[in-house]
Design a protein around this ligand. Structure first.
Ligand SMILES: O=C[C@H](O)COP(=O)(O)O
Length: 256
């Protein structure tokens, strides 16, 4: 049994007022659904606490979009995993393609962040996914293998209970192009097989693998119905309750 997780990555969007009202509308709108689906929203750092307060009466949990791999210290501008844990933040997105490709994060950096976040008790949503040219060169599975091995190096079987994988083909992020349900399921099945061969079949079967890349209300049911798709990491469509709540409801209606 894998309970669906519908996560909203707000990226560098919203301001204090819109973040709070968005969190409240999502919390209100998803009340009935949260009995059968997990809901996570990830606002920008400055709005973590206002959003956490706004969602405090609901089942909606709050996560960060990044953190640093060092203990608190002289690292100007960075936010330690320990600080997130200290605030009661439960999850952190790591390895997002924008951090890999815009901010230059390598698998080695991502791995250090994954290990530190797990050490501090955070749930890690580890993103993996190929570029368009890699897909066209039929290298998708190789890229996924490399990102999984790199990102999860030294992560123990016990720690995997606090890991969620998000498959996000880079060519489908913010482009309006969605992977077909078959493309998504086949990548997810490959990831599950990787988990089975590097951990155990129990871990592979229990692992939630989210799909991300232009998920919207119109395609949510089709994507979420795939055998190996256990939720969604939603960017643009998580910025309004009007779009995000129906995706949450789709997850609730299909809960495995
Ligand atoms: O983290 C979310 C992904 O980057 C997907 O973004 P998108 O739904 O705007 O395509």
């Amino acid at each position: 049994m894998r309970r669906y997780l519908i996560a909203g990555n707000w990226k560098m969007n919203t301001n204090r007022d819109t973040a709070v009202s968005l969190a409240k509308s999502i919390a209100d709108g998803s009340q009935a659904a949260t009995g059968s689906v997990d809901v996570l929203v990830c606002p920008p750092f400055p709005y973590l606490i206002p959003v956490q307060d706004a969602a405090s009466e609901s089942q909606v949990t709050v996560g960060a979009q990044n953190c640093y791999f060092e203990e608190p210290g002289a690292f100007t501008g960075e936010v330690a995993a320990e600080m997130l844990a200290d605030l009661g933040i439960q999850s952190v997105i790591l390895g997002h393609s924008e951090r890999r490709h815009v901010l230059g994060e390598t698998d080695a950096i991502i791995n250090r962040k994954v290990l530190k976040s797990l050490e501090k008790g955070l749930q890690v949503v580890l993103c993996v996914g190929e570029l368009l040219e890699e897909r066209e060169a039929e290298k998708t599975n190789d890229v996924l293998d490399e990102q999984m091995a790199g990102g999860l190096a030294s992560v123990s079987a016990e720690q995997m209970a606090n890991v969620v994988i998000a498959y996000e083909p880079v060519w489908a992020i913010g482009t309006g192009k969605t992977a077909s349900p078959e493309q998504a399921d086949s990548a997810h099945a490959h990831l599950r097989k990787w988990l089975e061969s590097h951990y155990t079949s129990e871990i592979a079967n229990g692992m939630r693998i989210l799909y991300g890349g232009s998920v919207k209300p119109a395609n949510a049911v089709e994507l979420l119905s795939q055998e190996n798709v256990d939720g969604a990491l939603v960017g643009g469509a998580s910025l309004t309750a009007e779009n995000f709540v129906p995706i949450i409801e789709a997850g609730a209606s299909l809960s495995k």
